[in-house]
Design a protein around this ligand. Structure first.
Ligand code: SF4
Length: 411
């Protein structure tokens, strides 16, 4: 069935923007987002969560950037993340600038929190100069007090739309319009009405969500009621379930909803790959492409990770059913984060296909049981130590970005 014909209305035509490499709007596939709940300064913990979210089907992940340590964490996370990172900015415009220095693919600004026009315009100018989009994230719970008062001391759909339009007008003053918008509320009907109104007055892509929906099952039901209603009307370009739960649950719910509505294809192999960075030991893009070609149309509903280095690969992609990480001209195969075999670099793709077929037939436990994990782990450790000895601790030169973040923040 054609994706568009499965909804009541044709999809609303919006302009296209890119969050990193991921297209949003302009008729591109509706994307699923989620947000990490780790401290962003905890680089390894946050990356592990980002990989778990990507393995569950997240296209874009947001991380909080509420303090200088978080921005410094982002400088290290961004080059190692498999999906584009959006920085969530709270009250300090300087954190938006620091997140840009860290290299994020998008900012989320809440117009109710950063209200001084000169700050808003400064951030928009920087985004314009760097080609980084912004999500205007209006939130019913933190509406600009002036708009709240103007609309009779109530949060109304009109007030939320006006807030987004005000922000757009500030951006326009500095020639910036690379924008997607959300008008979330915890009240489902309020949120639906606000998005409908917004869809009538703008062609910017819309990010859908019911904010603070709470724990499942009520949170799932509220989110689905709001998001699905709008999607069925052809409104929405990217979605996020905001659950009080493991964020992986948010992603699963988002994917399931899109698949149920015929808006996203059900994939066979879900191949995730690290973006490659200063540590990469192999041409990750080439291996990932060859792996995709080798899996072809095979019906193997597994998550398979292609990782550039054995230093971080198996840990970062531990949620994947199967993965391979390069190191010292060898490929280290891992199943659910456990090293299971070592193969020559030239045999990486064939080995992935063979192990994927085995796992599909027998499961990941059987795959681990058939492996000599002691040898595989010893070999992985050897190659990891060798790489660390030759590359040092800061293969991505994140320290340079951190110095820039500190310089700007202190000025
Ligand atoms: S090369 Fe290694 S550290 Fe760099 S992104 Fe890939 S797995 Fe992560």
């Amino acid at each position: 069935m054609d994706a568009n014909s499965s909804t009541t209305h044709p999809r609303r035509i919006t302009r296209l923007l890119h969050v990193g490499t991921v297209p949003v709007g302009g008729g591109s596939p509706i994307t699923v987002q989620s947000m990490t709940i780790t401290k962003t300064a905890d680089v390894e913990g946050t990356l592990q969560q980002i990989y778990a979210l990507a393995a569950a089907g997240a296209d874009i992940v947001r991380c909080t950037c509420n303090e200088i340590e978080a921005a410094e964490g982002l400088a290290q996370i961004v080059p190692r993340s498999p999906v584009p990172i959006v920085a969530d900015i709270h009250h300090q415009y300087k954190m938006a600038l620091a997140a840009l220095d860290a290299g994020v693919a998008c900012l989320r600004l809440n117009p109710g929190n950063i209200r001084r026009p000169e700050h808003i315009k400064l951030v928009a100018q920087e985004c314009r100069d760097r080609n980084v989009p912004i999500r205007i994230g209006v939130n019913g719970g933190s509406l600009d007090p002036a708009l709240y008062a103007k609309h009779g001391g109530r949060v109304t759909p009109e007030a939320m739309v006006e807030s987004a339009q005000q922000e757009l007008a500030y951006f326009a003053e500095v020639g910036f319009d690379d924008v997607k918008i959300s008008v979330k509320a915890s009240n489902v009907m309020l949120m639906i009405e606000a998005y409908r109104m917004l869809a009538d007055v703008t062609d910017h892509p819309l990010h859908l969500g019911v904010t603070e929906a709470g724990p499942p099952p009520a949170g799932l039901i509220k989110s689905t009621a709001g998001i699905a209603t709008l999607l069925a009307e052809g409104i929405g370009d990217t979605i996020r379930y905001s659950l009080t739960a493991d964020p992986v649950e948010e992603v699963r719910a988002g994917r399931q909803l899109l698949e149920a509505m015929g808006l996203r294809e059900r994939k066979s192999v879900d191949l995730i790959a690290c973006p490659s960075c200063g540590r990469a030991e192999v041409d990750v893009i080439d291996v990932a492409q060859r792996a995709m070609a080798a899996f072809g149309e095979r019906e193997l509903p597994l998550q398979v990770a292609v990782m550039g280095c054995v230093v971080n690969g198996p840990g970062e992609a531990r949620e994947a059913d199967l993965g391979i990480a390069a190191g010292n001209k060898r490929g280290h195969l891992f199943v659910k984060g456990r090293n299971v075999a070592v193969v020559a670099e030239s045999e990486m793709v064939e080995a992935l296909v063979e192990w994927a077929e085995f796992i599909h037939e027998h499961g990941t436990d059987a795959a681990i049981a058939r492996a000599d994990t002691t040898i595989a782990e010893r070999e992985a450790r050897r190659d990891r130590d060798q790489l660390l000895a030759s590359q040092g601790d800061d293969a991505n030169h994140a320290q340079d970005r951190i110095v820039e973040i500190k310089r700007r923040y202190d000025s």
